[in-house]
Design a protein around this ligand. Structure first.
Ligand code: E4P
Length: 218
C-alpha cells in the first residue's frame, strides 16, 4: 500500500519524506490556502522533495479552462498528478489529459457509481472521501469496500483507489485490509501510525534492564 501525505506544508513534507515511507503527496485548494503561499512555488518544491505523484488541483469547472489549467499544472514537474473534480467536465478533462500521458487524480468521489465512471475515463487515481462520509452519519469505508469489489471484477481497470479524507489510523488499517492501493494521510495521522503505548513501555523496560548490565554495543 502506498502512503501519500495530504498537506501543502513543505516543511512537514520534508520531515516525513526523510522517514522513507512517503510515496506521494496530495494537495487541494483548501490546503494551498492554509499554506498561504503561491501554489506554483509550493507544488514545484514538493515535486522536488518527493519523487512519487504530487496532486495539484484545477479550479475551473468548465472543460476548456480545466484542461488549460491541467496542462499548465502538469508542466510544473514530471511527477504532477492533475486533480479534477468528479463532474462530467472533470471526467472529460481526465480522458484528454490521460491521452496526453498526464497523471490524473479524480477527486470528490462519494459513490461507487462515480468511481466506476472515473475508471472508465482512465483516471490514474480515484479519491473517495471517507472522512466526509463519516461526518455525515455513514461509514465511509463501506464505499472503499464497494469500489474495490467493483474494480476487482475488471482487471483491465488501471485506476488506483486513493483513500482520501482520512481522519484516523483505523481508516488506514481498514483501507489496507481492503487492498486499497493508496491512502493519503494527514501528517498527524501518519505520525500516529507509529504509536503504541506498549512499544513505549516495552522500550523503556528493555533500556532500563540494559543499563543495569553495564554493557555497551558501540
Ligand atoms: C485529498 O486528496 C483530499 O483533498 C483530502 O483528503 C480531503 O480531506 P478533508 O475531508 O479532511 O478535507
Amino acid at each position: 500500500m502506498k502512503f501519500f501525505v495530504d498537506t501543502a506544508d513543505v516543511a512537514d513534507i520534508k520531515d516525513l519524506a526523510a522517514s522513507g515511507l512517503l510515496d506521494g503527496v496530495t494537495t487541494n485548494p483548501s490546503l494551498i490556502m492554509k499554506a498561504n503561499r503561491p501554489m506554483f512555488d509550493v507544488i514545484k518544491e514538493i515535486c522536488a522533495l518527493v519523487p512519487g505523484p504530487v496532486s495539484a488541483e484545477t479550479v475551473s469547472t468548465d472543460h476548456k479552462r480545466m484542461l488549460e489549467e491541467g496542462r499548465k499544472l502538469a508542466k510544473l514537474a514530471k511527477n504532477v498528478a492533475v486533480k479534477v473534480p468528479l463532474t462530467p467536465d472533470g471526467l472529460k478533462t481526465c480522458k484528454v489529459l490521460r491521452s496526453e500521458g498526464i497523471m490524473v487524480n479524480v477527486t470528490l468521489c462519494f459513490s461507487a457509481a462515480q468511481a466506476l465512471l472515473a475508471a472508465k475515463a482512465d483516471a490514474s487515481f480515484i479519491s473517495p472521501f471517507v472522512g466526509r462520509i463519516d461526518d455525515n452519519g455513514h461509514d465511509g469505508m463501506m464505499l472503499i469496500d464497494e469500489i474495490m469489489t467493483i474494480y476487482r471484477q475488471y482487471p483491465h481497470f488501471k485506476t488506483e483507489v486513493l483513500v482520501a479524507s482520512i481522519r484516523h489510523t483505523q481508516h488506514v488499517v481498514r483501507a489496507a485490509k481492503m487492498g486499497a492501493h493508496v491512502a493519503t494521510v494527514p501528517p498527524n495521522v501518519l505520525r500516529g501510525l507509529f504509536k503504541h503505548v506498549l512499544t513505549d513501555i516495552g522500550l523503556k523496560a528493555f533500556l532500563d534492564d540494559w543499563a543495569k548490565t553495564g554493557q555497551s554495543i558501540l
